[in-house]
Design a protein around this ligand. Structure first.
Ligand SMILES: O=C(O)CCC(=O)C(=O)O
Ligand SMILES: [Fe+2]
Length: 236
């Protein structure tokens, strides 16, 4: 079991599919799970991922446009792959609240979450308060990850979030994660760095960062990105 799964050990069972927007890649996974490959399931997962990939790109385009740096659009879109994670959180069978998924920030670019009617997702506000998300069948949660926080030189914030569970019902959720390709160097565009906005993170490779994040030290480090490549700030 990898460390990523160890932190999820409490109530959640995740399954991840790399490149879920490519049908053949989804089939590789469903062929392992079902003898006949379960075509309906693989098609449903693929078309869901495909639609969310489009949504991810619309969101990222809006962000780049709002920051006035559309010229990086193509590079930005080409720098990522997509992972779909499907998760089941067991109901803890008690009215006490139990930790389903521990507090973390996402490490990727953008995450799009969708879930059934069972509540549990909580997001931390900037003043440190937890707010809970009330799910609805027609809403998605968009979460900014550490990569976009670093790339935007802090203009976008990657919030701490967690899942808290109570009661008997299982919570099912899915997340589509846009993830930087290995070897692609994440570096804030020069347009976003100036005297008022000094560089927050040194350029880095996401795969190298993940090696640190999944190390024993990294797993205990809530500010892993800062430790790994943060630029110490001098306040005068
Ligand atoms: O299940 C959820 O809604 C959240 C999952 C999550 O935060 C994650 O996989 O990073
Ligand atoms: Fe998350």
């Amino acid at each position: 079991m990898c460390l990523r799964n160890l932190i999820m050990v409490m109530l959640v069972n995740p399954m991840g599919i790399d490149d879920a927007n490519i049908l053949e890649k989804v089939k590789c996974m469903t062929n392992i799970l079902w003898q006949d490959g379960n075509q309906n399931f693989s098609k449903a997962l693929h078309s869901f991922s495909d639609e969310l990939t489009e949504l991810d790109q619309i969101i990222r385009k809006m962000i780049l446009e709002s920051l006035g740096i559309e010229k990086y659009l193509e590079e930005h879109m080409n720098s990522t792959n997509y992972l779909l994670r499907v998760m089941k959180y067991k109901g803890p069978q008690t009215s006490d609240t139990k930790l389903g998924l521990s507090t973390h920030t996402d490490k990727n670019v953008v995450t799009i979450l969708y879930q059934n009617q069972v509540e549990g997702l909580e997001v931390m506000t900037k003043d440190g308060k937890w707010i809970s998300y009330k799910p609805s069948s027609c809403s998605f949660v968009v979460m900014i990850g550490d990569t976009l926080h670093a790339w935007s030189n802090g203009r976008l914030h990657s919030p701490f979030h967690r899942v808290m569970m109570s009661g008997n019902e299982a919570r099912y959720s899915t997340g589509l994660f846009s993830i930087p390709k290995g070897g692609y160097i994440i570096k804030a565009p020069e347009e976003l760095v100036d005297e008022e906005h000094p560089l927050l993170f040194k350029p880095y490779d996401h795969v190298e960062f993940l090696k640190y994040y999944y190390s024993e030290k990294g797993q205990r480090d809530q500010f892993a990105m800062h430790t790994f490549c943060g630029v110490p700030q001098v306040y005068i």
